[in-house]
Design a protein around this ligand. Sequence first.
Ligand code: HGY
Ligand code: MN
Ligand code: MN
Length: 411
Amino acid sequence: MSDRATVLMARIDELAKFSEEPHRLVRRSLTPALQQANDLVASWMLAAGMTVRQDAVGNLVGTYAGVAGASKTLILGSHLDSVRDAGKYDGPLGVLAALACVERLHEEGQRLPFAVEVISFVDEEGLRFRTSYLGSSALAGSFNPSWLDYQDEQGVVLADALRRFGGDPADIASCRRNSDDLLGYCEVHIEQGPVLEAEDLPVGVVDGIAGQDRLTVEFTGVAGHAGTVPMARRHDALCAAAELVLAVERTGQATDGLVATMGQIAAEPGASNVIPGHVTLSLDVRHRDDAVRTRAVAALHDEATAIAQRRGVHLVWTSMQSTPAVPCSPQLIGRLAHAIEELGFKVQHLTSGAGHDAVPMASLTDAAMLFVRCKGGISHNPAESVRLDDVNVSLETLYRFVLGMQRDMAL
Ligand code: HGY
Ligand code: MN
Ligand code: MN
């Protein structure tokens, strides 16, 4: 067992201390907590012989130069932002695995015929502004300028948060990368599912990533006195929302391979003796087949419209972001599979229901993901955990994958 895995696990614990809340891990994008995490990772990058910068959209970018004249770059990375009450491996495992790979190259005095970049993308989860992939979208050229006007729960506008973070909303175009300059992108990530544990395998290769729609749904009814408005005369926005939540669950259950979730809800004015006049919900719909997902979203919109009409409330249905399902690169999948076989493990292929920065990156360059077994498949939960020996296998796999890129370039 290399002590790189042990070092990585200790670093995971150090990063987990950077949170916006004292008793649970919440590290939203463009916050001081994320800056602290970026600064610590940047110090490790510098010690590994990398140059370090934060780009205009807030991505942390470490570069390990190739041999003189190297013109291409292999990007490795993941994200350091988190969901609310998060586990500590979702994202940081990938950033630190990429860093460990470069540290090994540096310690062995290796320079490759290409540069290796380690990127911690600024907002993969989308917790703060409800749009995921802000950082990787900027690299891919798919950053939507309208996102700059999005506000967080405290009313902070994304553009202002970005400026405070040291970014430059007017210069996001400078983050865009040229596909011709890239060899590919590879991300190590916890599986966040049960397959590797069921197969008793440490790692697996991702064939494709499901598409997802993220929406905001608002019902506006009539606030009123809980003690005086007769039930038959109410336009209760929360009851309308409750009907939709169960309709979303029914649609997910009835459609093979579809997952649909309403994870956030806010009822206003939020008093026990006031009939809720306004409710805002989030809606997250995913499937590996874009047509199935699109049909499901349309059907749920129809259902929400019917509920609103029946209850005499007003509906606002807003798509925040829609990202297609993406296949991973067969070539890079093959390289990851080869590295796994060299280590003596069966190659397990997986589809990812979770979204990742590899989604926008797949529109820019060949993209691949290596999944690492996680206990019970649990994620987006403080109980998230991985085994040291599995982390060790992932580091060895990634290192062999990177050297394999060199070998193939020499051919
Ligand atoms: O929501 C997701 O799939 C990822 O965790 N951002
Ligand atoms: Mn993640
Ligand atoms: Mn996540």
